[in-house]
Design a protein around this ligand. Structure first.
Ligand code: SF4
Length: 206
């Protein structure tokens, strides 16, 4: 998991986030964040994340960053990737209503580009505090950016998926992002791998 903030913006975010005593306060101080000037200038919403319907999340889903529809609505995983994720969660026997749904970076990068390292570093304080407050026992990192956030910058997805990694007392699974499953089609390896990993997570939660 990313540790030390690397610049003044990251430090300011980390300090503000760490001072938030609960989710509501954290969301309120996260929404006006302008630590990344380019993203703050182009976004419509800071996509803070979704909570489970009740209580502590049974698991957390962590993606890379909001896409166009997420930016428009302010909610994570509501576009095409979200629809496929919902379908595969249901097929695996997992209930999204029991999950926290989060992203490494809370603002949409223009054109859906990959978030830059300083943006990830700045936004890390928000995610770190979200995980502290929500305390999910299981985390599913969707895609390489999320996998690297938890498992380190040299992470190779194919080498770390299909098994849990214990990080700070949580079982962290890294798997494909649903957008990769869409890109490679219904018979591609990412869709099968994502479903297999979600099914494995579901078995540990029974
Ligand atoms: S990406 Fe994160 S750190 Fe950057 S402006 Fe948005 S909320 Fe703030």
């Amino acid at each position: 998991m990313r540790s030390a903030p690397v610049d003044a913006g990251a430090l300011a975010v980390a300090q503000t986030a760490a001072a938030a005593p609960d989710w509501q306060t954290l969301a309120e101080v996260n929404r006006p964040c302008v630590a990344c000037p380019e993203l703050a200038a182009t976004r419509q919403h800071v996509v803070v994340g979704d909570l489970p319907l009740v209580g502590r999340p049974r698991f957390a889903l962590v993606g890379e960053a909001p896409g166009a529809q997420e930016d428009e609505t302010g909610r994570p995983f509501v576009g095409r990737s979200g629809a496929l994720l919902d379908e595969l969660l249901a097929e695996a026997g997992l209930d999204r209503a029991q999950a926290a749904v989060l992203n490494v970076v809370k603002c949409r990068p223009p054109g859906n580009r990959t978030p830059k390292a300083p943006e990830v570093a700045r936004c890390s304080g928000w995610l770190r505090r979200q995980l502290e407050l929500l305390d999910p026992p299981v985390v599913v990192a969707l895609g390489l950016s999320a996998a690297k956030w938890f498992l380190g910058p040299r992470t190779v997805l194919a080498q770390v998926r299909a098994r849990p990694h214990e990080i700070e007392g949580r079982a962290v699974w890294a798997t494909y992002h649903p957008s990769a499953a869409i890109r490679f089609g219904p018979n591609g390896a990412p869709r099968a791998g994502l479903l297999a990993d979600l099914s494995a997570v579901a078995r540990t939660l029974r």
